[in-house]
Ligand binder design. Structure first.
Ligand code: C5P
Length: 401
C-alpha cells in the first residue's frame, strides 16, 4: 500500500525523535520514497547522517542547501508538492502550535504550509503539556483543517512521569497510515445533520422561555463527525459557543419552530441525523407585540405544545440513520426504550440526571446507548468531547453492519 508513495517526514525536537530511525526503516521496507526534514532542535536528538543513510535521500533542515558554492536552496514548495503524504513525528507542542496558527519560521513549517497532501501528526510531549488547553486547541484546529492525528500512547514519559503523551510506536504510525489509505475516513462522503443547544420561545419582544442547555454536546458531536470525514450541518439554538471547521456549516436558529423548518430543509439530503438539542416542549400560545407591563399581582401565560422535531424526522425517515437523546430521571432505560420506538429512532443516547457529572450545562457526561434491538451499552463518566467520539464510533459501527 505504501509502495511507490512519496512520503515527507518532518521530525521536530522531542526525545521521541530517536524512534524515527525505525519509522524511516519501516517506510522504506514498505517500498515508500522517503525524504526527511529536521527542525534545528530535532538534530540534537537524532543524527541527520543516520536518517540520510536509512532514507537514501539527503536530510534537509534549512532553506539554504549545503552545496559548496552555497548558491542553491531547498525549495519548500517543490517538496510540499512532491509528497503524497506528510508525517510530522514527533510533533512537539511548539510545532503543533505553529501548524495551527501558520507561523512559518523554518523549512518544515514552510513545507507544511505548501503541502496539498494528507498530513498526519504524531504528538509527543509530557502529560501536562498534552492536557494543556492551548495544546488541545492546536489539536482541534489541526483536525478542523483535515490533518490526521495519530493518537498518543500512555505510559512512562521521558520526564519519569506516567501518563498520556508518548508518541505512537513506529509500527502503530505505519498501521494508522495504511488503515487510512485503505478505508479513508469512516464517515467520508457522508452528510450528518445535528441539532444542538436550547430553543428560546418568545413571550413578548424582550422575554422568552428557555433552558440551561449549553449546546456543548451537539457541538462536540459535530466536531467528532467532521473529524471522521463527514460534512456536517449543525443547527443550533442560542449558545455562547464558537466553532470554525472547514466541514461544519453552522445554522443559527432561535425558536423550536425555526429549528423545525431548518432541520426539514436539510433532512432529505443527509445520511445521519442526531437530535441533541434541548428543544422547548411548550411555547406561549400568543406572543405579545409590545412589552408586557407588570400591572397585575398574578400573570398567566397560556402554553401550547411545540412540534417534536425528532418525532417528525422519524415519521419521514427513508434512508437516514436517526439518533436521539433522552434525559430521564426515573425508569431510565425503560423510558428511553419507549422513546426510541415512539420516535422511530435507530439509536437513543440516555443520560441520567441520577449520575453526578452528567447532563445539562456540565462539561462531562455519562451515557447509555440503546439500539433498535434494545441492546444496551453503558459508558464511563467522560468529557463531552470523549462522549461525542463514543457516540460517533457507535454510529459508524451500526451503519457498517
Ligand atoms: O421527548 P423528549 O423531549 O424527551 O425527547 C428528547 C429527544 O427529542 C432529544 O433528542 C431532542 O433533541 C428531541 N426533541 C425534538 N423536538 C422536540 C423535543 C425533543 O427534536 N420538540
Amino acid at each position: 500500500m505504501l509502495s511507490g508513495k512519496n512520503i515527507l517526514l518532518g521530525i521536530t525536537g522531542g526525545i521521541a525523535a530517536y524512534k524515527t530511525t525505525f519509522l524511516v526503516r519501516l517506510l522504506i521496507k514498505a517500498g515508500a520514497n522517503v525524504k526527511v526534514i529536521l527542525t534545528d532542535s530535532a538534530s540534537s536528538f537524532v543524527s541527520p547522517l543516520t536518517l540520510a543513510t536509512l532514507s537514501k535521500n539527503p536530510v534537509v533542515s534549512s532553506f539554504v542547501a549545503n552545496d559548496e558554492a552555497g548558491t542553491s536552496w531547498n525549495n519548500h514548495v517543490e517538496m510540499g508538492l512532491w509528497a503524497d503524504l506528510m508525517i510530522i513525528a514527533p510533533a512537539t507542542a511548539n510545532t503543533l502550535s505553529k501548524m495551527a496558527y501558520g507561523s512559518c519560521d523554518n523549512l518544515l513549517m514552510a513545507t507544511y504550509l505548501s503541502a496539498k497532501c494528507p498530513v498526519f501528526f504524531a504528538p509527543a510531549m509530557d502529560l501536562d503539556m498534552y492536557k494543556h488547553p492551548s495544546t488541545q486547541t492546536s489539536f482541534d484546529k489541526l483536525l478542523s483543517f483535515g490533518n490526521l492525528m495519530i493518537p498518543v500512547g500512555s505510559g512512562e514519559l521521558a520526564s519519569g512521569l506516567h501518563g498520556e503523551g508518548r508518541m505512537a510506536e513506529p509500527e502503530d504510525i505505519v498501521a494508522f497510515i495504511k488503515q487510512f489509505l485503505h478505508n479513508g475516513l469512516p464517515l467520508e462522503g457522508k452528510k450528518v445533520l445535528i441539532t444542538a443547544g436550547p430553543t428560546y420561545e418568545a413571550i413578548d419582544p424582550v422575554r422568552f422561555i428557555g433552558n440551561h442547555s449549553s449546546g456543548k454536546m451537539g457541538f462536540e458531536l459535530a466536531k467528532a463527525a467532521a473529524n471522521s470525514g463527514a460534512t456536517v450541518i449543525l443547527i443550533s439554538g442560542p449558545t455562547h459557543l464558537h466553532l470554525e471547521h472547514d466541514h461544519i456549516k453552522l445554522v443559527k436558529v432561535t425558536s423550536a419552530e425555526e429549528m423545525y423548518t431548518a432541520v426539514h430543509h436539510y433532512y432529505g439530503a443527509v445520511d445521519i441525523a442526531i437530535g441533541a438539542a434541548a428543544v422547548a416542549d411548550y411555547k406561549p400560545k400568543t406572543v405579545a407585540v409590545q412589552k408586557i407591563k407588570k400591572n397585575d399581582a398574578e400573570f398567566q401565560i397560556e402554553l401550547v405544545k411545540t412540534k417534536d422535531i425528532l418525532y417528525s424526522l422519524g415519521q419521514e425517515k427513508k434512508h437516514q440513520f436517526l439518533v436521539g437523546f433522552a434525559l430521564e430521571t426515573e425508569n431510565e432505560v425503560e423510558n428511553a426504550s419507549k422513546k426510541l420506538k415512539k420516535k422511530n429512532l435507530d439509536l437513543i443516547v440516555l443520560n441520567s440526571l441520577n449520575d453526578t457529572g452528567a447532563g445539562f450545562g456540565k462539561s462531562t457526561n455519562k451515557i447509555t446507548i440503546i439500539d433498535k434491538n434494545l441492546d444496551i451499552k453503558t459508558f464511563e463518566l467522560k468529557t463531552k468531547a470523549d462522549v461525542a467520539l463514543d457516540i460517533i464510533n457507535e454510529i459508524i459501527l451500526k451503519i457498517n453492519v
